[in-house]
Design a protein around this ligand. Structure first.
Ligand code: CA
Length: 156
């Protein structure tokens, strides 16, 4: 079954272009032009991923993001024209899975969608995110810890 992506964007040309590209990549796509309809669509059937424009009429992208997160842990890629570093940092701190600045290339967006979906699928399977294993040896690239059969090794 194709993975469903909810696109929340009031600019029709952007929403249509993104939807077309993702459909060509084999995804099922739903477009919501404002916060109210986005919430309705989300509640009716939580998607595999949300592409969320921050600049929306009515409910802001931030409010919407919080509303989504209260309901289900669906990965969110934020989309915005605002290039401010502060926005990017705030978005990631709030728990957005990725952040794409407009204008963006469709290839870049598709690559990010695939990466975020892969990451969230892996998280569901409860496999370590950034670890290499070989037999009983496990190297955690995030914490820089190396363990052998679960016991930490001290390496220089
Ligand atoms: Ca917009």
């Amino acid at each position: 079954m194709p993975e469903r992506i909810l696109i929340v964007e009031d600019e029709n040309s952007v929403a249509e272009a993104v939807a077309y590209t993702l459909e060509c990549e084999g995804f099922e796509v739903e477009i919501a032009p404002d916060g109210r309809r986005a919430l309705e669509a989300f509640e009716a059937r939580p998607p595999a991923l949300v592409i969320l424009d921050l600049m929306l009429p009515g409910l802001s992208g931030w409010q919407l993001f919080n509303a989504f997160r209260r309901q289900a842990d669906v990965p969110v890629i934020m989309l915005t024209a605002r290039a401010a570093e502060a926005d990017r940092v705030a978005g990631l701190e709030m728990g957005a899975d990725d952040y794409v600045l407009k204008p963006f290339s469709m290839r870049e967006l598709v690559a990010r969608v695939r990466t975020v979906l892969r990451r969230s699928t892996r998280a569901e399977q409860q496999e370590p995110d950034d670890a290499l294993t070989a037999g009983d040896l496990r190297v955690d690239l995030g914490s820089h810890e190396v363990t052998l059969s679960g016991r930490p090794l001290s390496l220089s």
